[in-house]
Design a protein around this ligand. Structure first.
Ligand code: ADP
Length: 452
């Protein structure tokens, strides 16, 4: 049983987890940095404790400080949210060693997922198609040339422990390979503390499609897919469920892949398997995200399943409460990630005080946010300030609803990406479901709200 948990995170996801806990009768402890003392998650939780100065490294990423708060407040579990320590196998291990249930996968499953080369190797071994490329980290430049020649250019160099769209380099011809290989290695070392890199075929105009799973005790189910191709610099901006291009047969096939891989690495809790779909409609496994994801609400809307509550149930009972046959996908949901950024100035982050705020509502609208009127957005953290999720029976109706809600969203005092989203969803190609990961690059010249 979990009676009280600590949430090792901030912002909208901390609030999301607190809400699930309240409904399940679980007490919550929020942590915050000195910079975040006015953050809403500290007010929603039953208790809140400062864990350090504004720098994440000294607060939200400080394992000793967080474990001390667990001991002081007498919690029996820890939910890491996403980002920060969510995919740190070491943190999961330390929590468990100290008697605090880690609400997420086991340290072994986090490790098996976090190393992208390993995850791809396991997937390939059990018959899941993977993007052609290296099966092991690339050790030398000679090896890099050999792989690139075999797969054919363009290729993409990625950090084995990478994430957040960082540490990736596209190489279009052999002249650039040596330089970009060395740069990628250096960057990987700096950003992820490990210079292991790998090379795979760069797919032209793919779609990013991912599968939500829940798993426990050797069992696993899938909750449909999410379409996440609307990206800027390899980072997702709009996600939807279901995907406009995934057929019923493909959905079942992707679900079967996801369950097979989850079982192969003995995965538990909620997780996501990411795939790329090429222009011919072939799917290739890319990586596993061993955490709750930013875009989980769209899957919740179309399945009616509360994924955060399921994570808590799995942590408490070590079994799934839902059978695959209970999962029904109904309607359509689209999420816009609203950032405090100025689209007219190269998406420069725009922290600062919110002078006035109106948050949209009405039928089929869900908002996940930690902002409020008078809130001073700190410059130290991610620029995500709200997720606007629209739900309706069909995709066209859902887009109309989203358009209506975006037009109601009023944030004064800072720049946001609301206008940018308004442009995206008005594009014919978006409305027709005719897009891939290059959509924004290809359409932004049409929009008067964007300058990069
Ligand atoms: P991260 O874990 O850093 O977010 P991913 O491996 O999930 O990185 O990739 C993020 C995005 O980068 C994908 O959605 C896609 O747009 C692009 N990408 C990654 N690998 C490839 C590839 N092999 N070919 C084409 N695009 C790719």
């Amino acid at each position: 049983m979990l009676k009280k948990i600590l949430i090792a995170n901030r912002g909208e996801i901390a609030i999301r987890i607190i809400r699930a806990c309240k409904e399940l009768g679980i007490k919550t402890v929020a942590i915050y940095s000195e910079r975040d003392s006015n953050s809403l998650h500290t007010k929603f939780a039953d208790e809140s404790v400062c864990v350090g100065p504004s720098s994440s490294a000294l607060s939200y990423l400080s394992i000793p400080n967080i474990i001390s708060v667990c001991e002081l407040t007498g919690v029996d579990g820890v939910h890491p949210g996403y980002g920060f320590l969510a995919e740190s196998a070491r943190f999961a291990e330390i929590c468990e060693e100290n008697g605090f249930k880690f609400i997420g996968p086991s340290p072994d499953a986090i490790m098996a997922s976090g190393d992208k080369v390993n995850a791809k190797r396991v997937a390939k071994e059990i018959g899941i198609p993977v993007i052609p490329g290296t099966a092991e980290p690339v050790k030398s430049i000679e090896e890099a040339f050999e792989i690139a020649n075999n797969t054919g250019y363009p290729v993409i160099i990625k950090a084995a422990l990478g994430g957040g769209g960082r540490g990736m380099r596209v190489v279009t011809n052999s002249d650039d390979l040596q330089k970009l290989f060395l740069m990628a290695k250096q960057e990987a070392k700096l950003a992820f503390g490990d210079d292991k890199i790998y090379i795979e075929k760069y797919l032209e105009n793919p779609r990013h499609i991912e599968v939500q799973i829940l798993a426990a005790d050797g069992d696993a189910i899938w909750l449909g897919e999410r379409e996440c191709s609307i990206q800027r610099r390899h980072q997702k901006l709009i996600e939807e469920a279901p995907s406009p291009v995934v057929s019923d047969a493909d959905r079942v096939k992707l679900g079967a892949y996801a369950v097979k891989l989850a079982k192969a690495i003995n995965y538990s809790s909620a997780g996501t398997l990411e795939f790329l779909r090429d222009k011919q409609g072939n799917f290739y496994f890319m990586e596993i995200n061993a955490r709750i994801q930013v875009e989980h609400p769209v899957s919740e809307m179309v399945t009616g399943i509360d994924i955060v509550k399921e994570q808590l149930n799995i942590a408490m009972e070590n079994k799934l409460n839902i059978k695959q046959s209970d999962v029904k996908i109904k309607g359509h949901a689209i999420e816009c990630r609203i950032n405090a950024e100025d689209p007219l100035n190269g998406f420069r982050p725009c922290p600062g005080k919110i002078k006035a705020l109106y948050i949209p509502g009405g039928p089929g609208i869900r908002i996940e946010t930690h902002i409020y009127s008078g809130y001073d957005i700190p410059p130290d953290y991610d620029s995500l300030i709200a997720k606007l999720i629209a739900y309706d029976e069909t995709r066209p109706q859902c887009i109309k609803r989203l358009e209506r809600a975006l037009s109601e969203f009023l944030v004064e005092g800072i720049y946001t990406t609301v206008s940018f989203h308004q442009n995206i969803i008005k594009e014919k190609d978006f409305i027709d479901g005719n897009f891939d990961v290059n959509f924004i690059e290809e359409h932004k010249a049409n929009w008067d709200t964007v300058k990069t």
